[in-house]
Design a protein around this ligand. Structure first.
Ligand SMILES: Cc1ncc(COP(=O)(O)O)c(C=O)c1O
Length: 390
């Protein structure tokens, strides 16, 4: 029985929980209901025009119709170094400490492939972005979950990780501002992270996908701002959220030289880097004026204010997120995250993502993405109010 039989690595891939949600939403929409979809994480705004214009201009350059250098153009990696210096005060060597990625997602899976063997252990946040599970599963490694608890502001409590597990772990994923909990890291937390990782010899992979989205005047902290961070790991940055470029697939791994070299080595066998015109536009995004980014964060903050105050007024005890574009809301008593998401979909035609889809510790919460305009968010809150359940 060998006809096109899938490799075991593919069979190990985790089930896509949210595919099921898409099916349920389509069924309700097919009945003709006006569905407000707050269940996904796809930015709703277009890429700023100056970045699109840069791509248009670059696309006609015949030089860019050829293969890129294998590891991306130097000008792009230099732009990343300038950006990190300007935004976070972090110095990186563009030649050795920056890898160009096809979006953050690719890097997160690649880094697991680069460093995990069968039976190895990776520390993974729970709840967390499900793509961390994929590379670990493909490598036939084990996940040891790190609970993100509300009483710790959704930061990992390293005292909760037993010594034996910590000593065994090779790699750790972190993500702040956090998807799905909207938790934000402090400099002190990253200091504890570096100390813990150093003590147990663990590679830190900090996913900084929401690095540009902080509220109330707070700018998210980069892991690389911590003393000793580069010796202990990398940060994965993406243009998807910062510049609404999710469809462009541009990301970077930044930090430890030997880790960057490993990612580049793996990629040498898969790709010949991004379309060079996309690389040029990405460099212009990073080097240009950053007003568009501040405006975007302000927009999400206004949406947050409208939505969260709407929910608080109707009696739902929810906290305002301080970063990312997600709200992490406790479900009312008597419901699971899935039963409550189904209830909101069927009775209010409002889609939210059940917390259980992000891991066991996500039970008891639903995630809302602030990815529609204020009016629709207000409408969603009004529809929930009309259910009279709080
Ligand atoms: C936490 C987190 N990490 C990474 C990504 C992937 O982003 P990219 O578009 O760069 O692959 C996302 C996208 O939703 C995300 O939420």
């Amino acid at each position: 029985m060998k006809r096109f039989q899938q490799a075991d690595a593919l069979k190990r891939l985790p089930e896509q929980f949210f595919a099921k949600l898409v099916g349920k939403v389509s069924a309700v929409a097919a009945q003709g209901h006006d569905v407000i979809n707050l269940g996904q994480g796809n930015p709703d705004q277009p890429t700023p025009p100056h970045i699109v214009a840069a791509l248009q201009e670059a696309a006609v350059n015949p030089q860019y119709h050829k293969y890129s250098p294998f590891r991306g153009y130097d000008f792009l990696k230099e732009a990343v170094a300038v950006y990190y210096k300007n935004e976070f005060g972090v110095e990186v060597d563009p030649k050795k400490e920056v890898a160009v990625l096809f979006g953050g997602k690719a890097g997160l899976v690649e880094v697991a492939q680069c460093f995990l063997n069968k039976g190895d252990t990776a520390l993974v946040p729970d709840p967390g972005y499900p793509d961390y599970w994929s590379g670990v599963a493909m490598a036939e490694a084990e996940m040891s979950m790190m609970a993100l608890k509300e009483e710790n502001d959704f930061l990992v409590d390293y005292n909760e990780i037993d010594k034996e597990t910590a000593d065994r772990a090779k790699l750790m994923f972190l993500n702040y501002p956090n998807n799905p909990t909207a938790g934000v890291a402090t400099p002190q937390f990253f200091k504890e992270t570096v100390d813990f990782a150093k003590k147990h010899d663990i590679l830190v992979v900090h996913d900084f996908a929401y690095g540009a989205i902080g509220f109330d005047g707070e700018k998210p902290v980069s892991y690389l701002q911590t003393h000793g961070a580069k010796e202990q790991g990398i940060e994965i940055y993406t243009l998807s959220k910062t510049y609404n470029m999710a469809g462009w697939r541009v990301g970077f791994a930044i930090g430890n030289e030997s880790v960057i070299e490993s990612i580049n080595l793996l990629q040498d066998h898969f790709y010949v880097s991004l379309f060079p015109a996309v690389q040029e536009a990405a460099a212009k995004a990073l080097l240009g004026a950053q007003d568009c980014v501040r405006e975007l964060a302000d927009m999400y903050e206004k949406r947050r204010n409208v939505f969260i105050s709407g929910l608080q007024e109707l009696g739902w005890d929810v906290k305002a997120p301080r970063g990312s574009f997600f709200c992490w809301l406790p479900v009312p008593e008597g419901h699971t995250s899935e039963s409550f998401a189904d209830y909101l979909l069927n009775e209010a035609h409002v889609v939210v993502a059940p917390g259980i889809g992000f891991g066991k510790e996500g039970e008891g919460y639903v995630r809302v993405g602030l990815l529609t305009d204020e009016e629709r968010l207000k409408e969603a809150a009004d529809r929930i109010r009309a259910l009279n359940i709080f």
